[in-house]
Design a protein around this ligand. Structure first.
Ligand code: NAP
Ligand code: GDD
Length: 346
């Protein structure tokens, strides 16, 4: 039975990955930030009483800003596989908190690498790199596209990315960077644009909200479905040799197209509800992200199955259901027909 350690287990990807690994009979340990309130709602459905001898999910307080506890954790848990997903992951916020973002997202990765090296635990590492690192680089972006980061978040991720490669080359660590393009789900953080839009659609339908304030509607992203992406994280660590991969759908759509699709699916006219708020504009924007996923397809046989229209439907259906409203259900059907037997909750 393998042992995995996940940083960022309370986040969107961490929660799906924990679910996926538990279904594969792993024992899963997760790093959780201490807060004065509970914030484990994404993994509450996976909770197991640690006193139960059959428990396979264990949570540990710790912080990427605290190297001592990270090193202790390696001595204690001795993981076979480490999935490093913890980060200050919001691009807009990184402009307001650049040094904090550099500390947690950039240096936090180095603290983790040092914890592995100093503890001497032999494990494989997955690092959550990001398509945001491509920044101003022309699309489509692949493993060979040079990074041109345009935010403090992206610069911190570039640092983390190269440090992971450094430890791979310098210390022989089995470490892989997954350069993921945007991936979304009903568990997406509420302030990322897709979830902000789908939540607003449900609130407007319920009569609780009239207006949705957004920033740049022209930016284009390659949006995929998060559960598919966590499966690939696991597959990367099962390879015979460590390697970095780009993954995305290969399609790109504007924020405006997402708005139109989400409002339209719920029978609303977005023009009556969406307004610009300058606060959501960024000092520097990444205008166009579109993956070239041909390498991951060739080497790992991976291809995104859930595409833009189904992703929008999955997210809007989930939001309408949560609001107690009737949902068209096409997203649910796309989801049910999918390959996600391990998922216990969308
Ligand atoms: P997310 O939902 O924002 O989750 C981030 C996780 O990091 C949360 O569990 C958060 O804990 C934790 N965290 C934040 N600061 C921490 C600290 N100081 N110490 C320990 N943990 C900390 O992000 P996600 O969407 O799941 O993304 C997972 C990873 O992939 C991130 O590294 C992100 O940058 C990267 N990524 C995401 C995408 C995407 O489209 N989703 C694409 C490319 C790369 P709290 O719950 O306490 O906040
Ligand atoms: N968040 C947000 N809120 N974004 C908005 C808004 C708004 O009100 N209005 C327009 N946007 C635009 C942003 O300017 C950006 O161009 C696009 O919507 C997507 O923004 P986010 O959903 O915040 O995601 P992101 O692309 O900046 O970053 C996400 O993807 C990266 C991978 O490329 C995050 O998950 C990062 O952690 C991840 O690395």
């Amino acid at each position: 039975m393998k042992v995995a350690l996940i940083t960022g287990i309370t986040g969107q990807d961490g929660s799906y990955l924990a679910e996926f690994l538990l279904a594969k009979a792993y024992t899963v340990h997760g790093l959780v930030r201490r807060a004065s309130t509970f914030h484990t709602d994404r993994i509450d459905h996976l909770y197991q009483d640690p006193h139960d001898s059959k428990a396979r999910l264990f949570l540990h307080y710790g912080d990427l800003a605290d190297s001592g506890q990270l090193t202790n954790l390696f001595y204690e848990v001795k993981p076979d596989e480490v999935y490093h997903l913890g980060a200050q992951s919001h691009v807009r916020v990184s402009f307001d908190m650049p040094d904090y973002t550099g500390d947690v997202t950039g240096l936090g990765t180095v603290r983790l690498l040092e914890a592995i090296r100093k503890s001497g635990v032999r494990c494989r590492l997955y690092q959550a790199s990001s398509s945001e690192m491509f920044g101003a680089a022309p699309a489509p972006q692949s493993e060979t596209t040079p990074f041109q980061p345009r935010s403090p978040y992206a610069a911190a991720k570039v640092y983390a990315h190269w440090m992971v490669r450094n430890y791979r080359e310098g210390y022989g660590l089995f470490a892989c960077n997954g350069i993921l393009f945007n991936h979304e789900s009903p568990r997406r953080g509420e302030t990322f644009v897709t979830r902000k839009i789908t939540r607003a659609v449900a609130a407007i339908k319920a009569g609780r909200q009239q207006t949705l304030y957004l920033g740049n509607l022209d930016a284009r992203r390659d949006w995929g479905y998060a559960p598919e992406y966590v499966e690939l994280m696991w597959r990367m660590l099962q390879m015979t040799a460590p390697q970095d991969f780009v993954f995305g759908t290969g399609e790109t759509h504007s924020v405006r197209e997402f708005v139109e699709a989400a409002f339209g699916y719920a029978g609303l006219d977005w023009r009556e509800h969406v307004k610009l708020d300058q606060r959501y504009l960024r000092p520097t924007e990444v205008e166009l992200l579109k993956a070239d996923p041909s390498n991951v397809k060739r080497q790992l046989g991976w291809e995104a199955h859930v595409r833009f229209a189904d992703l929008v439907r999955i997210m809007v259906d989930a939001e309408l259901e949560t609001a107690g409203l009737p949902a068209p259900g096409e997203g649910k059907r796309a989801f049910d027909a999918g390959r996600f037997g391990w998922l216990r909750r969308p």
